[in-house]
Design a protein around this ligand. Sequence first.
Ligand code: F6P
Ligand code: MN
Length: 297
Amino acid sequence: MKLDEFLRLNAPDDLGALTSAIAKSSVDVWDSIPFKTGLLTETNPSGETQKAIDVFSNDLFVEALTSTGHAAEVASEEMEEPVESRGGVSVAMDPLDGSSNVETNNPLGSIFGFYSHRLPASGRSLVGALYVTYGTMLTLTFSFGKGVHRFVALREGDGMSFQLLGVNLKLPDKPEVYGFGGSRKEWVHGVARFWESLDGRGLRNRYCGTFIGDYNQVLAKGGIFSYPALVKKPRGKLRVLYECAPMAFINEQAGGYASDGSTNVLDLAPSGLAETSPLYIGSASLVREVEGSLASS
Ligand code: F6P
Ligand code: MN
């Protein structure tokens, strides 16, 4: 089945239109990656150097989302302030996740949260979420609150079309892989202790350095991804609105659980657009275990 037909049957009009706009733009982002690797001198609001491809993908998605007439506002990891528009859905996005991986050709991603409230808002007001992988395949994985579904881009004539790859994706029962960000010596003790226990029980350490790439394998194989609390950065690195909550929404729909170490990520209520949180996400049993390890250390 093609994406547009699936959306017509399974998505509310507004989320369907926003998803369709993201799908079209993701092809342009993917095609542009080889041509946009030069460094610009600006930094984004979090102080990271922006690359041309970050700016390009940000502007492309803002334009595509606002053109649907269904976005109330679009907030982005790459902008200080949201762009106001005239629809009903607040969109929060990380337009190019893992952009420091461009040169090494590791996977990249894009993340979108669809919120029913003005931003910043709690993950409980998410009505849908989506992520794009620019990896071996260009895929869209999304949920509108009734399961997690995936489409893959295939060449069709001069363009691309998105074909159904899987419906109702679920994390496998037996977890297989783990990947933790940051430097090991900076992790808080409860994280380091939990991490050391994983190898001994047959899980494999797999880390590519892009949240989306690292989470995507957890969804396929079961396991845990974390960008944890660091001793000097107890609130971690990943942004609640743009990264943690949308992925927690999808992960929960796939039967998993995401925590900030003690609280369900979907219950966090960020007071600012760029607020960060430690993130432990994937198979529920492992995430509960890391919560336990943190509580007892
Ligand atoms: O968005 C930030 C990001 O690029 C994530 O995609 C990734 O998980 C993380 O940073 C990697 O950080 P580090 O290089 O510190 O492990
Ligand atoms: Mn990111």
